[in-house]
Design a protein around this ligand. Structure first.
Ligand SMILES: Nc1ncnc2c1ncn2[C@@H]1O[C@H](COP(=O)(O)OP(=O)(O)OP(=O)(O)O)[C@@H](O)[C@H]1O
Ligand SMILES: [Mg+2]
Length: 233
């Protein structure tokens, strides 16, 4: 599903003539199979968010290759990569990243609008998803009128509205209390089992790592360990 070979990444910071190189990821090789739930763990600054941004094509690796569902995405042009991203990835963030001036319905609808889907189909799809995440009654609420857990469920619905095979999540439970976190993890588990959606989830949280099939540990920009659940139980 996702295959990374010999990938390294460094950022260049500072003014022209005074550039400084910040090496972040070193020789990353990893494989993610379809239907996997993968937890990515590691200390602050170990390169977790950078790894997801590379996989989704928001930044390009300095070295190496990324293949997603058989396509070598690192060879795509910016425009091709934008289309590929819309068709293959859903995104979730710690800060939800909902648009405050849009209702829950409109936030979920947005990717469909970008994709050029007609109004009737949009309504059907958005309503089905809001129902799936238990927010039918909140369709006309603005993000500021929703609890944190409800906002995160809106962002789950938005992440799934185009039926992506892969969801990339950067600390999705990071700002939820433990009850909302438990609910979100249960929802992710159900979506994974019902639809075979592949999840890559960055987390500091033991609970998330416990529901994942695999855990990848990053340390100083390198993969220190890859653990498969079930080896010992
Ligand atoms: N755009 C950038 N320019 C320069 N350096 C960057 C940039 N983005 C990230 N870095 C550096 O890369 C390193 C890894 O950052 P990254 O955001 O991937 O860490 P992380 O594992 O997600 O950390 P956290 O758990 O705190 O979110 C850090 O040292 C950071 O300062
Ligand atoms: Mg991060």
């Amino acid at each position: 599903m996702i295959e990374i070979n010999g990938m390294s990444h460094q950022f260049v910071i500072g003014k022209k003539g005074k550039e400084r190189i910040v090496p972040v990821l070193h020789h990353i090789d990893m494989r993610v199979e379809q239907g996997d739930v993968v937890a990515i763990v590691g200390r602050s600054g170990s390169g977790k968010s950078t790894l997801l941004n590379l996989i989704s094509g928001y930044i390009r690796p300095t070295l190496g290759e990324i293949r997603v569902m058989g396509r070598t995405v690192t060879k795509l042009s910016e425009g091709e990569w934008a289309d590929f991203r819309l068709d293959h990835f859903g995104f979730m963030f710690q800060s939800f990243q909902l648009i405050p001036s849009m209702t829950a319905f409109e936030n979920v609808e947005l990717p469909l609008v970008l994709k050029g889907v007609g109004l009737e189909q949009r309504k059907k799809r958005v309503n089905a998803l809001l129902e799936r995440v238990g927010l039918t009654e909140y369709a006309s609420h603005y993000p500021g009128e929703l609890s944190g857990g409800q906002q995160q469920r809106v962002s789950v619905a938005r992440a799934l509205v185009l039926n992506p095979p892969i969801v990339l999540a950067d600390e999705p439970t990071g700002s939820l209390d433990s009850e909302n976190e438990r609910q979100l993890l249960a929802l992710i588990g159900e979506l994974n089992r019902e639809h075979g959606i592949t999840f890559l989830i960055i987390t500091h949280d033991e609970q998330v790592a416990a529901v994942a099939h695999h855990t990848i540990t990053l340390q100083d920009g390198q993969i220190r360990a890859q653990q498969k659940r079930g080896w010992n139980d």
